[in-house]
Ligand binder design. Structure first.
Ligand code: IVH
Length: 663
């Protein structure tokens, strides 16, 4: 490197700062990683040659290196307040009313409530001098050495201002996953969530550790806006952005409660997809004058409020672990929990899958456990809070006899599951009825697990067809605790309605081993009705591309059992539809059960159309050419798939030839 001058050093700092800003703040890199590395190395070389030239705000400071002995205290000249929390629409309406009743007419700004830790940054003449945690709001801790490693926080502002700004330091979901993957490999305990991980990282004495944690920050608050002639909060955000800070792109000006609620719903839906965690929405009065008029209570501003999303994780007690028997005889341990509210439903049970799962989580009966539910997903026991153990907890013990029929359980070598081998175990019946009526199968609304169990125990349902004869017990059903006239009528209507279902639902509902939803659909679509399917042979089934020997055997076994055929006959007589209601396959010899690859641009058809034609004739399309490919259909400017086809001697069809064969 020949140009070792101070001018070049500052030029490089400028280039690298801009590149960091483009990459980390705007998420819009303009130079390549290689170019960046070259500039960076050049700057390092100059700094090594002239340590006395090193600028405090040099981007090389971002890698950390500074180690402190203790966290110094920092007094906040303006207290760092927290926000009042609200949990529903009514409370938001009250907040807005209170403001409007004090004669204020302002817009509001809605923002995401980033789940991290708040930070106050001080810049002098544009240079970052101090970064502090909130602490108790009045006195925080000096974390400057670590904050300097955060790539999206500028060491130098775009204007040489002396200013305080505040915002949130956070860790992305992806970073947490990466850290935890590494920790697991090293047999270290995973970090619990992004907030704790961010807080733990910022509380490191050695800034090299913090630097590795890949922290990030959104800035959202200017304590002294009027000093910069800023009259609204949204202008403050724009001002922060222009100074080089990262501001959140979801901020939005809103006018009334409806717009606030729309924002909350929209962002609630976005939550899972965001790359970082949020725990709510912050609603702020936009006008600074109005903010100042409203002022503060002892702990919180009167001009802003935090709407908290319902928690996705709660603590409760693991009261017991009970075992259930599935329709295949599989034994599942289930957590019996002290009922808790979580995301709109009461949770009192969660599956624990198998013995290994319970042991890996080291669960004990009586433990305090955290329960998680993401979106619509079934609740999950995350972990036991070991620190809350009292010594009263009891160890988990796997059972060795069936809890229902007391047959000795079996466990195959190398498998995790225990099975009840008794084919007449009552639990199997109950589970098979539950499966039959479930949403993915016959979808009978109102026939939940508990009711199915009751109906079995009262001997109202002994076989699947009995479900369709339930109207005989209408009077008795009405008398059952909790089910009135109306709900029984609804139930009977739902049962009647389900008779019309397309064949794949019935097939899936019958519970043929290994025939899931997808396979049921393939069978229904290929054979059109149940009579064709009853007649089909093992060899014919094997011809189907998606059906392997195990399923072919299970299907033919199922339909050769006298008992099963009786069930099907009875269902037919009860009026169940046994036909596939979708478009059945229009089988054509050239395509049926064959595999095609499309390459190049087709001129007469779109790719989608070509694919549909092939599938409708019973064929399949694949993305890559292999020995199994029947033919490659070649359009204009074909790619490497064409070469591969030639190499493997696979027949090549032009688009015209393909169209010809479809006629
Ligand atoms: S404004 C005086 N805006 O939530 C107003 N806070 O529960 C200061 N937070 O301590 C806060 N995202 O750590 C504000 N967009 C946002 C926020 C936000 C996250 C945090 C912040 C605050 C806490 C209050």
């Amino acid at each position: 490197m020949d140009n070792i001058t101070k001018e070049r050093m500052y030029e490089l700092i400028k280039i690298i700062d801009q590149a960091n800003y483009d990459y980390h703040v705007l998420d819009d890199p303009k130079i390549t990683d290689q170019e960046y590395d070259a500039y960076y190395r050049e700057l390092e070389t100059i700094e090594k040659a002239h340590p006395d030239w090193i600028d405090e705000a040099s981007p090389t400071k971002k890698v950390g290196g500074e180690v402190i002995d203790e966290f110094k205290k920092v007094e906040h000249t303006i207290p760092m307040l927290s926000l009042g929390d609200v949990f529903n629409e009514e409370e938001i309406i009250n907040f807005l009313k209170r403001i409007e009743n004090s004669g204020i007419h302002s817009n509001y700004v809605c923002e995401l409530k980033i789940d991290g830790l708040s930070v106050s940054l001080h810049y002098e003449k544009g240079i970052l001098t101090t970064a502090a945690t909130r602490g108790n709001g009045v006195v925080g801790e000096d974390i400057t050495h670590n904050v300097k490693t955060i790539k999206s926080i500028p060491l130098k502002l775009k204007e040489p201002l002396t200013i305080e700004v505040r915002g949130e330091i956070f860790m992305s979901k992806k970073t947490l996953e990466e850290i935890n993957r590494e920790r697991l490999l090293k047999k270290e305990k995973p970090l619990q969530n992004t907030r704790n991980a961010a807080a733990g990282s910022i509380k490191q004495l050695d800034s090299k550790v913090a630097a590795k944690r890949n922290l990030d920050a959104y800035l959202y608050h200017l304590p002294n806006p009027l000093d910069y002639n800023i009259k609204t909060h949204h202008e403050a955000l724009e001002f922060l952005r222009k100074l080089g800070f990262k501001t959140n792109p979801n901020n939005k000006i809103v006018k009334n409660i409806n717009e606030v609620m729309d924002y909350i719903h929209e962002k609630g839906n976005l939550r899972e997809k965001l790359p970082y965690d949020i725990d709510g929405v912050v609603i702020k009065v936009d006008s600074i004058e109005a903010q100042q008029k409203l002022g503060f209570t002892a702990r919180t501003p009167r001009w802003a409020i935090a709407y908290k999303f319902p928690a996705t994780e709660v603590l409760t007690k693991l009261n017991d672990i009970i075992f259930t028997v599935g329709r295949t005889g599989k034994i599942t341990p289930n957590a019996i929990l002290n009922p808790v509210q979580l995301m709109g439903s009461t949770i009192s049970r969660a599956t624990l899958h198998n013995e290994d799962y319970v042991k890996a989580k080291n669960l004990m009966i009586g433990d305090t456990v955290s329960i998680k539910k993401a979106g619509d997903v079934i609740p999950e026991v995350v972990e036991a809070k070991i620190e809350r153990r009292t010594g009263e907890e009891k160890p988990f013990k796997m059972i060795d006899i069936c809890p229902i029929c007391h047959t000795k359980l079996i466990k195959k070598e190398d498998q995790v599951d225990y099975f009840c081998p008794n084919p007449n175990c009552p639990a199997r019946y109950i589970e098979s009825f539950i499966h039959f009526v479930s949403r993915q199968a016959m979808n009978i609304d109102g026939l939940g697990e508990r009711l199915v169990e009751d109906l079995y125990n009262f001997k109202f349902i002994k076989t699947i067809p009995d479900i369709y004869k339930l109207s005989r017990y209408k009077e008795e059903l009405i008398k059952l605790e909790g089910y009135g006239n109306k709900s029984v009528n609804n139930l009977l209507t739902a049962i009647e309605e389900s008779k019309k279902n397309s064949l794949e639902r019935l097939l899936f509902g019958l519970g043929i081993k290994n025939v899931g939803k997808e396979k049921a659909k393939i069978l229904a679509k290929t054979y059109g009705n149940i009579d064709n399917l009853i007649k089909v042979s093992y060899d014919e089934l094997l011809q189907l591309q998606d059906i392997g020997p195990i399923i072919a055997k299970n299907v033919t076994d199922y339909f050769s059992s006298k008992d099963n055929l009786e069930i099907i006959n009875e269902l037919k007589q009860l009026g169940l539809n046994t036909k596939y209601e979708g478009e059945t396959l229009n089988i054509k010899e050239e395509f049926f059960n064959k595999r095609f690859v499309l390459t190049g641009t087709l001129t007469k058809l779109t790719r989608e159309e070509a694919k549909n034609i092939i599938e409708n004739y019973g064929g399949k399309t694949a993305d890559s050419v292999s020995k199994k490919t029947t033919a490659v259909i070649v359009g204009k400017n074909p790619g490497s798939k064409y070469d591969k086809a030639k190499e493997l001697n696979i027949p090549i069809w032009t688009e015209e030839e393909f169209i010809e064969k479809t006629k």
